[in-house]
Structures are given as structure tokens and as C-alpha cells.
Design a protein around this ligand. Structure first.
Ligand SMILES: [Fe+2]
Ligand SMILES: [Fe+2]
Length: 175
């Protein structure tokens, strides 16, 4: 089965937006450095992995088509800026300052996502062919350790999953 990398990245934005909401809700009540540490770890884990994938598999493919610089360079720069502000929050020992920096990360990331959704992703759909986007989707699956199941009629790359007889499931669930 193939997935279009742009659909995949849009899905990641959706998950990250939900995560931003959670962090935003928790920030006002985070009064210690330890409580803020959770927010920093959460944002870092979500954002750094997402931006890293875009830097590694999407932007290079687009650079091969339209050259470096321009909007692609801006996207890379914004990824670096997000990492920098997160690092500043991690290094700050002032709770108020760290909280403001985290709010800034969320604001910057939200704006960045909007730019990608309105400009970068439509450009990628235009400039990369369907098979190219699917190939990048497969690379994404490898890096995210996601198994893409074949669609009906598609050549299978793996054995059809086999399930134990229903009787066995009933038997084991009763224990
Ligand atoms: Fe990005
Ligand atoms: Fe993105």
C-alpha cells in the first residue's frame, strides 16, 4: 500500500495541533520547572521529529525539482528557529520566562503549519508526481516504523495475517 507523503504530513499536523492544545491548557497551572519540563519534552518530541522528517525526506525531494533557497530555505530556517526557542526554554531556569518561550513555540509552530498547508504542500502536490510522493511516503513509514498494509488487489509484500480460530479467542478471553 502506498501513502501520499502530503496526506501523511497533514495528519501529523492534526496530531500536533491537538498536542499544542493540551500543552496550552496545562501551561497556566505549571508553576515549577519540573512541570514545565513535561511541556518542553512533549513539544520537543512531537515537533523535532516532524520537522526532522520534512527536512530529511520532503524538502530535499522538492529541492531537486525547484532548487534550493526561496520558500524551501524559509521552511528549513523556521524549523531551526523552533528548535532554538525550545532549547532556550529548556535552558531557562526562570519559570515565567520558560512558559513565555513555550507559548512562543506554539504560536510559531501554528503559523509555520499554516504556511506549509497553504503554500508548501500544494506546491509539493503540483511539483512532485504521485509516484514520487508515494515513494517519500514509504520512506516516512520506514522512519516512523509504520507498517503499510497492502490494499486489495495490490501485490502483497507480506503474508496475509492469520488469526487464531474464534473458539481459541473465546477460550483465552474467558481466563
Ligand atoms: Fe515544517
Ligand atoms: Fe509540517
Amino acid at each position: 500500500m502506498s501513502v501520499d507523503i502530503i496526506d501523511v504530513l497533514l495528519g501529523e499536523h492534526g496530531m500536533l495541533n491537538a498536542l499544542f492544545e493540551q500543552v496550552e491548557r496545562a501551561l497556566p497551572t505549571a508553576t515549577t520547572r519540573e512541570q514545565l519540563g513535561w511541556a518542553i519534552d512533549t513539544l520537543e518530541a512531537g515537533l523535532t521529529a516532524h520537522s526532522g522528517l520534512e527536512d530529511k525526506i520532503l524538502i530535499p525531494a522538492m529541492e531537486r525539482k525547484i532548487g534550493q533557497g526561496g520558500a524551501l530555505a524559509v521552511m528549513r530556517d523556521e524549523h531551526t528557529e523552533l528548535e532554538d526557542v525550545l532549547r532556550m526554554a529548556r535552558l531557562s531556569d526562570n519559570v515565567e520566562e520558560a512558559r513565555e518561550l513555550l507559548k512562543r513555540v506554539i504560536t510559531l509552530a501554528t503559523r509555520h503549519f499554516t504556511k506549509e498547508e497553504k503554500f508548501l504542500f500544494p506546491l509539493a502536490r503540483h511539483d512532485l508526481t504521485g509516484p514520487e510522493r508515494a515513494e517519500i511516503g514509504e520512506r516516512w513509514a520506514e522512519l516512523r516504523c509504520v507498517t503499510l498494509a497492502p490494499r486489495p488487489g495490490e501485490p502483497r509484500r507480506q503474508r496475509r495475517p492469520t488469526y487464531p480460530p474464534w473458539g481459541d479467542i473465546t477460550h483465552s478471553s474467558g481466563s
